[in-house]
Design a protein around this ligand. Structure first.
Ligand code: SF4
Length: 488
């Protein structure tokens, strides 16, 4: 055998034994596989986590978590038992090494961030902002973002069965935290969905609808099925993608009889009408791919939908090595039949600097994972550039590595640039984490943060943000260079 930088080996999936966790020692297999039981036993606060993990986890961990929730977290805590159980899968609390492994665990690092994880020097990038992708500015009706010429994003609800610490929609999704008040939709849900359908009927140039949120697993099934059925009745809609991290976080939901039967009906209608329906999920670590996740993905494929694909997020401490990405991709592809599709660079939201990678690091990872997976299953590493959209990391036009500013161009107008003559010639910026820059670059950002624009670029501004509003037309849109303007 030739020695390779990555050593492929098939790894059989195993469901970690939840009975090793004191709070769930008596939970039966039937309870564990019940979506209702999973939802009812989600961990929502430090006290509930202590009840599950027990007193043999050091108090310093719980205190670190509580401090993060109080002072930094942009997402409230919500972790289904399925996900808690994949943290430190081989050890029980109290066994030697458990506490250290919990601090280092990839799933813990992004689902239960602790204060000491975050950077003390630059917790947020000076250009970070809520709704960093400006999705609400591109709402053509509340919750419907029209950013690309032929495709739209429908945010059908603002909740999920699990909340990820790095959520790019921290502006809208989830419950308020002590430091972030969330935007609330103004329209009642059914009016909002009806308005989206009216827009799509009136705009036959749109052929592709991402039905997202939030997570579609939190929309009552009959409502989701009705909405997707109405989408399929629009002649111009050819592709529908249902976004659900819960396929991994709460696979029990996708295995319920109601959902399987409903997906079979949708898949049958889709085949009749020549529409492709796929599920897009969000798995960041190989250990999250358990037999239950594989069963849920296969159950969905058996309904006759087109595909189940994964869009992960590159996060330092979670998956930012070629080995971690390839282990994840092979687990998805070989064992769960989930297609590796994208890895996004983490967006420029507040509090994300300890997770974010530089563009150069992302380019290196793309290079390192080439050639191991089949071409059709080699994920593209992409940067979601504000006002531009997803760009493969090697498509950058210019890159100032000293200040960590990359410049990008695009070949279409978003919904807010219909009359903008410079939209297709302008360069759009994305920013590397300041702490990774050489000293002259860090000095430049320190001076900028301390200067007259300080108020506009500080973390407080990033957290306060601007309220979401449909068809926003603020100054950031025209010049893309306001002091604080800044990326799913
Ligand atoms: S599942 Fe998606 S939308 Fe929900 S919190 Fe996680 S990243 Fe955000």
């Amino acid at each position: 055998m030739i020695d390779q930088p990555y050593a492929y080996r098939r790894a059989e999936l195993a469901e970690p034994d939840w009975r090793r966790l004191p709070g769930w020692a008596a939970v039966t297999e039937a309870e564990w596989e019940s979506a209702q039981w999973q939802r009812a036993h989600c961990v929502k606060n430090v006290r509930q986590l202590r009840d599950v993990l027990g007193p043999r986890v050091p108090e310093s961990f719980y205190a670190d978590l509580a401090r993060d929730q109080a002072e930094r977290a942009t997402m409230s805590m919500l972790v289904p038992p399925q996900m808690v159980n994949t943290m430190v899968p081989a050890l029980a609390p109290g066994q030697p090494g458990f506490a250290e492994a919990l601090f280092a665990d990839p799933v813990r690092r992004y689902m239960l961030p602790v204060f000491s994880d975050r950077r003390a020097d630059w917790p947020s990038h000076p250009m970070a902002s809520r709704d960093s992708l400006h999705e609400a500015e591109m709402w053509v009706t509340e919750g419907l973002t029209h950013r690309y010429p032929t495709k739209v994003l429908a945010e059908v609800l603002p909740t999920c069965p699990q909340y990820c610490g790095h959520c790019t929609r921290m502006d809208l999704v989830g419950n308020p935290t002590p430091v972030v008040a969330k935007h609330k939709f103004g329209m009642p849900r059914d009016d909002r969905l009806a308005a989206m359908l009216r827009y799509l009927r009136a705009n036959p140039g749109v052929r592709d609808v991402v039905v997202s949120g939030g997570d579609v697993a939190n929309l009552p099934w009959p409502r989701l099925e009705a909405f997707v059925g109405e989408l399929m009745a629009i002649d111009s809609v050819r592709d529908i993608r249902l976004a659900s991290k819960a396929l991994m976080g709460l696979p029990q939901y996708w295995l319920t009889g109601e959902v399987r039967a409903g997906m079979e009906r949708l898949a049958a209608t889709a085949r009749r009408r020549g529409v492709s329906i796929a599920i897009h999920t969000h798995v960041n670590a190989a250990q999250s791919v358990t037999p239950l996740v594989a069963r849920a993905a296969r159950a969905m494929l058996e309904t006759g939908i087109r595909d189940v694909r994964n869009q992960g997020v590159l996060l330092r401490g979670v998956n930012a090595t070629a080995d971690a990405l390839l282990d994840l991709c092979f687990a998805l592809l070989d064992e769960a039949k989930i297609m590796p599709y994208y890895f996004y660079m983490c967006d420029m939201i507040p509090g994300a600097e300890h997770w974010r990678l530089s563009l150069a690091e992302a380019q290196r990872l793309q290079q390192q994972i080439m050639g191991y997976l089949p071409g059709f299953a080699t994920p593209r590493v992409v940067c979601d550039v504000p006002y531009v959209g997803k760009r493969w990391v090697h498509q950058v036009a210019r890159y100032d590595t000293e200040r960590g500013i990359s410049y990008w161009t695009k070949n279409y107008r978003t919904a807010v640039e219909a009359g903008d003559p410079l939209a297709l010639s302008r360069e759009y910026e994305y920013y590397d984490p300041v702490h990774l820059l050489p000293e002259p670059g860090q000095r430049w950002w320190r001076a900028r943060a301390a200067g007259p624009a300080r108020e506009a670029v500080g973390p407080a501004r990033a957290l306060a943000g601007r309220p979401r509003s449909a068809r926003g037309s603020g100054p950031d849109r025209a010049g893309h260079q306001p002091a604080g303007a800044a990326g799913a």
